[in-house]
Design a protein around this ligand. Structure first.
Ligand SMILES: NC(=O)c1ccc[n+]([C@@H]2O[C@H](COP(=O)([O-])OP(=O)(O)OC[C@H]3O[C@@H](n4cnc5c(N)ncnc54)[C@H](OP(=O)(O)O)[C@@H]3O)[C@@H](O)[C@H]2O)c1
Length: 293
């Protein structure tokens, strides 16, 4: 990214292979994945909150092979993790504290679908919603990158899961474990739930409060949902915290076959601008993997 602006500010450049500093790891990238917050960063909407130097290389999710070991990793190790940008490239330097061994049950490039979306889902389900067996849970926005993991982790926790998804995602969301799927384009689902997990930037987030039982919980990764005073509903909005232990937990569930990756598309990194345009047009669902080769 050479300037803030529309997707035309993105281009593929030839640059030097970055050099790993002391204790850092050089990784040959197998894949990164697109995250929608990239749009806000590229447009400049996040300036003041999240500053980056220009030119900036996208790619927070990393899956690849260590080629310059350090920090407990050796050359040849397959790793997955979170970096502060730079993974939309052939090589990236990473802090070993953000990396874990990649799952063996999925193609290495696909493991890049895990760090940001998967860890956000993990923390939503286990840290913030604190779902217990038998709870009724509504996942709003189950067709997106985070949503597929939330559905599966809520099922894993023993919940009865209702999910909102449009027609293009309904079959996948059901296959990932949702007991019921409601098309959000037809209005709100009926009934009330012990827990609502919201993954959609909403114009009227307070509408969701009507779907939570008294004394229930509502967890949002976008806008905070205001709840009526005296309802006993607890409303939480949170920003994901980098956590390699949570990521390692997810990797274990992927290798156990408990969690599947909802990889909807694979594209070369040279098509990142097209991926941004598709996201802005609402054309993406699930996770999109970007590969350097
Ligand atoms: N708080 C944090 O730390 C944190 C971390 C990561 C991301 N985020 C934010 O979390 C949000 C979700 O991220 P993501 O990666 O899952 O997004 P995403 O993959 O871009 O989500 C796209 C999905 O949203 C669904 N959708 C769109 N409008 C909807 C509506 N009105 N009701 C229900 N579903 C709707 C679509 O589902 P269908 O396919 O069914 O139409 C689509 O598949 C983004 O706003 C992102 O910026 C927050």
């Amino acid at each position: 990214m050479h300037a803030y602006g529309d997707a035309s500010v993105l281009r593929l450049d030839d640059v030097e292979v970055p050099a790993a500093g002391d204790g850092q790891v050089l990784v040959r990238v197998a894949g990164t994945s697109f995250n929608p917050s990239e749009i806000g960063l590229r447009n400049g909407w996040l300036r003041g909150v999240f500053e980056v130097g220009l030119p900036y290389t996208f790619g927070w999710d990393l899956a690849g092979t260590v080629v310059g070991g350090g920090g407990g990793f050796a050359d040849g190790d397959a790793v997955v993790g979170r970096v502060d940008g730079g993974a939309a490239a052939e090589f990236v330097v990473a802090e070993p504290s953000g990396l874990v061994r990649a799952p063996v049950a999925v193609p290495l490039a696909h493991a890049a679908a895990l760090p940001v979306a998967g860890v956000t889902a993990w923390q939503a389900v286990f840290d913030h919603a604190r779902i217990v067996a038998g709870a009724t849970v509504l996942v709003n926005g189950a067709g997106g990158g985070i949503g597929g993991y939330v559905v599966q982790l809520a099922r894993y926790a023993g919940a009865h899961v209702t999910a909102t998804a449009s027609e293009r995602s309904a079959t996948t969301v059901r296959a990932l474990g949702a007991h019921a799927v409601h098309d959000y384009r037809r209005g709100a689902p009926g009934g009330t739930f012990d827990v609502v997990i919201n993954l959609v930037p909403l114009e009227e987030p307070s509408d969701l409060a009507r779907l939570v039982k008294p004394d229930g919980r509502i967890v949002s990764v976008t806008n905070k949902v205001e709840v009526p005073g005296g309802s006993g509903i607890e409303s939480v909005q949170f920003v994901v915290r980098d956590d390699a232990e949570d990521l390692a937990g997810l990797v274990r569930l992927v290798d156990a076959g408990t969690v599947r990756l909802d990889v909807a598309a694979e594209r070369p990194i040279g098509e990142l601008a097209a991926v941004h345009r598709a996201a802005e047009a609402g054309l993406l669902r699930g996770k999109t993997i970007l590969k350097p080769h």
